[in-house]
Design a binder for this molecule. Sequence first.
Ligand code: MTE
Ligand code: MOS
Length: 792
Amino acid sequence: MSRRDGWAGFKAAESARTAHHALAHESAVGHVTGSALYIDDLPEPRDLLHAWVRLSDRAHAGISQLDVSPCRAAPGVAAVMTFDDLPAGTDVGPVAPGDLVFANGEVLYHGQALFAVAANSIAQARFAAMLADVGYDDRDAILEIDQALEKQAFVLPTREIAQGDAGGAIRQAPHRLRGRLRIGGQDHFYLEGHVAMAVPQEGGDMLVYSSTQHPSEVQHLVAGVLGVPDHAVVVEARRLGGGFGGKETQPAHIAAIAALLAQRAGRPVKLRLDRDDDMVMTGKRHDFLVDYDAGFDDEGRIHGVEFMLASRCGISPDLSASINDRAMYHADNAYYLPNVRIVSHRCFTNTVSNTAFRGFGGPQGMMAIEYLLDEIARHLGLDPLAVRRANLYGKGERSLTPYGQVVEHNILPQLFDEIEHSAEYAARRRAVADFNRRHPVFRKGLAITPVKFGISFTTTHLNQAGALVLVYTDGSVQLNHGGIEMGQGLYTKVAQLVAEEFGVAMERVRVTATTTGKVPNTSATAASSGSDLNGAAAVAACGKIRARLLEFAASHFSVQQSGLRLVDDALFAGQRRLCSFPELCKLAYLHRIQLSDTGFYATPDIHVDKSTLRGKPFFYFAYGVACSEVLVDTLTGEYRLLRADILHDCGQSLNPAIDIGQIEGGFIQGMGWLTTEELCWDDRGRLTTHAPSTYKIPAAGDTPTDFRVRIADWSRNPAATVRRSKAVGEPPLMLAISVFHALKDAVASVAPGPGSVPLDAPATPERVFMAMEQLRARGLQEAPGRKTVAET
Ligand code: MTE
Ligand code: MOS
């Protein structure tokens, strides 16, 4: 059957409504058959060179010697670039400088790029890179957050958000708790590592295929290091094998190295990082140190609270300003804090510069308050769920956030009611207590935690997007927008919206690779707002074309324009079918009607005062609740997640199948962050967990056998997003905070009575085991007439 027959073969039923339907991901078949091309799969251009980057093996040192002449003389080598060989710009810092392409006389972290080699094969490039003579003068390094705090070493100024009188309220409250929590970082572990292929064009132009969430930024930074205007660089990305924030700023460095070597050699260059180098060389989720001081009443209701959030930013600012701002903006999570002070230190450390990771600081802020509420419940001997509910945002003054935005349309009370009922919380709480009384070795734990996540870039100007829609005379549509497909289904959702606008089947709409040559000056696909922004921009473009088509049709068919509809792959006047969509396009073309257009969208109604961080940073909030139950082996600390119930708010979901996938994936990724994924640096600043052998992400077998994921299908976004949908990319990650607190609940069961249950994140089996040992020892000390562990 020819392609044209295929078009004719569409059935009306298939081409009915497309938005809000559970359609498969546009590349689903390609993903499973291998026909979906990632950058490393693209046909390789003639004369392609392969690059290797030589990394620093000191955390902080002067470079006393760097002799690359042996590299230049090695077999197959076409180009070697050091800092001194850079032709123009030297820095690829995304917001502020600080990220040098190559080290200049000094290295600031173990894994920093010293220089790069391009050769005929990867093996030759790697071999050559190892031949350099490198000498160091070691200097003192700051490797821990605590050291940075002590030395007041910060990459950015300390920020504060305050409301009411936190200190006074804490002192006057009936109860007070102070404590400290450490929250680990996380490696992105995208299946596709960082990769860029730079292909020189005529006249000094450069085409760069980059695995990036932010093509416009790669374009701009590559142009800067090459010493050419932005218009001479085109950056293209069809899809990423996962980004998770790790490809928001980091790809510029990889692309810059490939482009510099390509410019120098006059040949195409591909740089695909080896997994270990990827983990060592590129930034991760910030680990945090949290101090809290809270005053509360007998019900556990917080009267006043102070948080000190200190994060490991690494050697440069990267995105740490916005990430730490977002941590502060989420230290309330779902709870009203009448008197609050949040202080945020952005610590300098001689470790890789940390970067965006799903949730963007929000998860760490949320962990702080959820941990505190759990500790309050443990202190008072209450069910943590009761304490959480007592603190939820409410109406009137109880709806004011610490930063001045009012929480409107808060659906969390409903979500709590629903999940308590559907997850049978009360009955299972009793069953867990019963189990724990009967079992000497195994313990269970149960927890419900909520998510309230602010949607919008807190840097207001980033909340914009563009699209370019091209309709051809055969009725097929080519869709281009600035968003990046990284597995999250953005391309599918935007295509659904476009199909719906023209009333055509999905098959008529072809999404093409995102390129800076078609839609300029885009924001990163990040902050979960990809479909909100690009979807709205695409709809705007379609709206202009549609209006022209209908205006033309009204005069051509001599009918009222108001009665015209584009549905079921055809043009209708009331119930009367006038012509097919392809026929309409052909007719319009013959009458010289423009069949393409651009669309633009800027999120309305948001603003932030940069000096106080107060305002309305978020267009709306996305909500969710999760209930997790774990089983722990008290002899080893090993555990399993037995059951997880999730109820998540997607507004009116654009595609429930894709959204369920985002919820499941986000939850499991969050569980990895808080349980098994542990980043360890040794005392020389070397990342010792730089491969899957030592860094443990959750596997398929770690998903709970009983996994009940539901979308709150009654929810509609009160904010005017495309079709009342809500962003879903990041929020579900934080539902995994329930897994951590279920583990904490299981640990608490070995304690003799009320009291603190200290447990840092990630709650690895070792930490869970040690936490239980600590509580058991406390039990022995407290039990009258019994000897303490030390005495026996
Ligand atoms: N889902 C998949 N499969 N792969 C990814 O890389 N990234 C997450 C989330 N979901 C990611 C993902 C992150 S960090 C963000 S910000 C959003 O997707 C970005 O896409 P969106 O704005 O279209 O939701
Ligand atoms: Mo997501 S961390 O905003 O790329």
